[in-house]
Design a binder for this molecule. Structure first.
Ligand code: FAD
Length: 481
C-alpha cells in the first residue's frame, strides 16, 4: 500500500475488544511505515470493556464473554496473530448437551437442532419439550412453499410461529435467543438475527426440508470421507486457556502506553474548521481535547449518540435508535461433591417458567482446566430484554434469588465457596425489527462525515469475531484515507 506523506492523527474511542483491535492494527500499520499517530481514548480506568477475567484460587471467572464461536474465524485469527495460538482451546464438545427448563424439570434440547431447524426428525419427535399437536405441525411444515422475495422484515417470534407454532417458539427458540442475545423474540429481527433461515425459506419454503437435506448431506460427506468411523466433533466454542483476559493483556502489551489514554470519557466532538472532511476536536471530561483527522467510534451506539448532537443531531438520533439490553452474570464456585449436575454444558430458562435466571452454564464441563481439580463452577445469566430491572437490585438480592432458583432446579448440597457478580448496563445491542434500515441510515449519514468510522456490536453481529471484523474494516478505511 502507498501512503500520502502528511501524518494523520487518529483517535480510537473505546477500549473494548473493538477499540483494542483497531488500536493494534493501526499501531502495526504505523510500525510498517504508515504516517499515522493513533490514540486510544477510554473512559474507564481499564481496558477490555465487557471482557473481564478474574482468577480466584485457581478458578477462572469470566464476568463477561467466556468464549467465541469457532464458525467465525476473526477472534481465533487475532489470538494467533498475537502469539496466543498455543493457548487456544475448544469447548469440550463430547459432553455437549444443553437442557431447557420445562415445567420445573430439565429436559434435554433435542439433538440435531440447528437453532430452530431440525436436521434429524427423530430426536425432536421424541422430545418432551413439545406437545403432540406441535410435532404434527412441524411434520406438516415439510410442505411449505418458498416465500416470495422482498417481504418486509418480521420478528423472530412471528417467523417461528409461521413455521413451527407457539410451542417451538416458547419452549425452544425463545430461551435460546434470550441466552445468546439477551433478546426478546417478539422484537428481534429475523432478517438480522437469523438470516440463514430467511434464506432457507426463500429457497426451499420448508425449513424442515432444508434442514433434513443439510443433515443428510453432512452424514453422506462423513460416510464418504476416509476419516475414522467416529466422526470428528468440531468444537462449537473456543476460548483461551487463561481466559479471554489473556487476549486483552496481549493486545495491551503490543500498544505504546503513551498512546493509551485511560480515564478520558468522551463528551463532545466538533469540526475544527469548516472543511467537511474534518479535522475533528474530541473533548473529554476534565477539559482534555484531541484534534484529529479521523475517528474510530468503537463505543456502544447509545454512547456515540450522547456526544454526536453537536456535529449532527440527526446522526446522533440514528445511533440512539439502536436499542441495547443489560446483562448480569453471577458465577459460583463449588467444592467437589457439592453439586450433582446432569451431564452437559448447562440449561436455558424459557420466559414462561417465570424465573429470574435466563441461563446457567456448567463452566467446568464446557471447558477443561477452568477450575481446580474436581471442583465445579456455575455461571448464571440474568437481565436481558426480559428483566431490565435486575440492575437495580443489590448484590445480596441477586445472589439470594439466583441461589433459590438454582436450588429448585439442581441438587446442591452446600453453599458456594465464592461468588462474583458482574453488571453490564446497556451492553448488548438488540437487532430489533427494521435493524438493517437503521444501520443503513447511520451509514448513509456518515457519508457526510467521511472520517468517522464505526466499529462494535451495534451493526452486523454482536459476537467477539463480529466486533473484531468491524474494527478491522474501520482501520482499512482509515488507511485508505
Ligand atoms: C455478559 C456478556 C456475555 C457475552 N458473551 C459473549 C460470548 O461468550 N461470546 C461472544 O462472542 N460475545 C459475547 N458477548 C458479546 C461481546 O462480548 C461484545 O459484543 C463485545 O465484547 C463488545 O465489545 P466492544 O469493544 O464493541 O464494546 P465494549 O466491550 O462495551 O467496550 C466499549 C468501551 O468503551 C468505553 N466507553 C463507553 N463510553 C465511553 C465514552 N463516552 N468515552 C470513552 N470511552 C467510553 C467503555 O468503558 C468500554 O471500555 C457477551 C456480552 C456480554 C455483555
Amino acid at each position: 500500500m502507498s501512503y500520502s506523506l502528511s501524518i494523520r492523527r487518529v483517535a480510537i474511542l473505546g477500549g473494548g475488544i473493538s477499540g483494542l483491535t483497531a488500536a493494534y492494527a493501526l499501531a502495526r500499520a504505523r510500525e510498517a511505515g504508515a504516517p499515522i499517530e493513533e490514540f486510544l481514548i477510554e473512559g474507564s480506568q481499564r481496558l477490555g470493556g465487557v471482557i473481564q477475567t478474574e482468577h480466584v484460587d485457581g478458578f477462572i471467572v469470566e464476568g463477561g464473554p467466556d468464549s467465541f464461536i469457532s464458525e467465525k474465524p476473526e477472534a481465533a485469527e487475532l489470538c494467533r496473530e498475537l502469539g496466543l495460538g498455543d493457548s487456544l482451546m475448544g469447548s469440550n464438545d463430547t459432553g455437549r448437551r444443553t437442557y431447557i427448563l420445562h415445567k420445573g424439570k430439565l429436559e434435554p434440547l433435542p439433538n440435531g437442532l440447528m437453532m430452530l431447524v431440525p436436521t434429524h426428525m427423530w430426536p425432536l419427535m421424541n422430545s418432551a419439550l413439545l406437545p403432540f399437536g406441535s410435532k404434527v405441525g412441524i411434520l406438516a411444515e415439510w410442505f411449505s412453499k418458498p416465500r416470495a422475495p422482498g417481504k418486509a422484515d418480521e420478528s423472530v417470534a412471528s417467523f417461528v410461529r409461521r413455521h413451527f407454532g407457539s410451542a417451538m417458539l416458547d419452549n425452544i427458540v425463545e430461551p435460546l435467543l434470550a441466552g445468546v442475545y439477551g433478546g426478546d423474540s417478539a422484537s428481534l429481527s429475523v432478517t438480522s438475527v437469523l438470516p440463514r433461515f430467511v434464506e432457507m425459506e426463500r429457497v426451499y419454503g420448508s425449513l424442515v426440508r432444508a434442514g433434513i437435506g443439510a443433515g443428510r448431506t453432512r452424514s453422506r460427506v462423513s460416510k464418504g470421507s476416509k476419516a475414522p468411523a467416529k466422526p470428528e466433533i468440531k468444537s462449537l466454542f473456543m476460548t483461551l486457556k487463561g481466559g479471554l483476559g489473556q487476549l486483552i493483556t496481549a493486545i495491551e502489551g503490543r500498544l505504546d502506553p503513551a498512546r493509551v489514554h485511560l480515564g478520558r470519557r468522551v463528551i463532545g466532538i466538533e469540526r475544527v474548521s469548516s472543511n467537511w472532511r474534518g479535522p475533528y476536536r474530541i473533548s473529554c471530561e476534565g477539559s482534555v481535547n484531541y484534534d484529529v483527522d479521523a475517528v474510530v467510534l468503537a463505543l456502544p451506539a447509545h454512547e456515540c449518540a450522547k456526544f454526536l448532537p453537536t456535529l449532527h443531531p440527526g446522526l446522533a438520533k440514528s445511533f440512539d435508535a439502536i436499542p441495547y439490553s443489560s446483562a448480569v452474570t453471577v458465577t459460583l464456585g463449588f467444592d467437589p461433591g457439592v453439586a450433582e449436575l446432569p451431564p452437559g454444558f448447562g440449561f436455558l430458562v424459557p420466559k414462561k417458567e417465570n424465573r429470574q435466571l435466563l441461563a446457567c452454564t456448567f463452566v467446568h464441563r464446557k471447558f477443561r482446566d477452568r477450575v481446580p481439580e474436581g471442583k465445579a463452577m456455575l455461571r448464571c445469566f440474568l437481565g436481558g430484554a426480559r428483566d431490565p430491572e435486575v440492575l437495580q437490585h443489590s448484590d445480596e438480592e441477586i445472589l439470594k434469588s439466583v441461589w433459590r432458583e438454582l436450588c429448585s432446579i439442581l441438587i446442591l448440597h452446600d453453599e458456594p465457596l465464592f461468588w462474583r457478580i458482574s453488571r453490564w448496563p446497556s451492553a448488548m445491542a438488540q437487532y430489533t425489527v427494521g435493524h438493517q434500515d437503521r444501520v443503513d441510515r447511520i451509514m448513509g449519514q456518515l457519508g457526510g462525515f467521511p472520517r468517522l468510522f464505526p466499529a462494535g456490536n451495534a451493526y452486523s453481529g454482536i459476537g467477539l469475531s463480529d466486533c473484531i471484523r468491524t474494527a478491522r474494516n474501520a482501520v482499512k478505511q482509515v488507511l485508505e484515507m
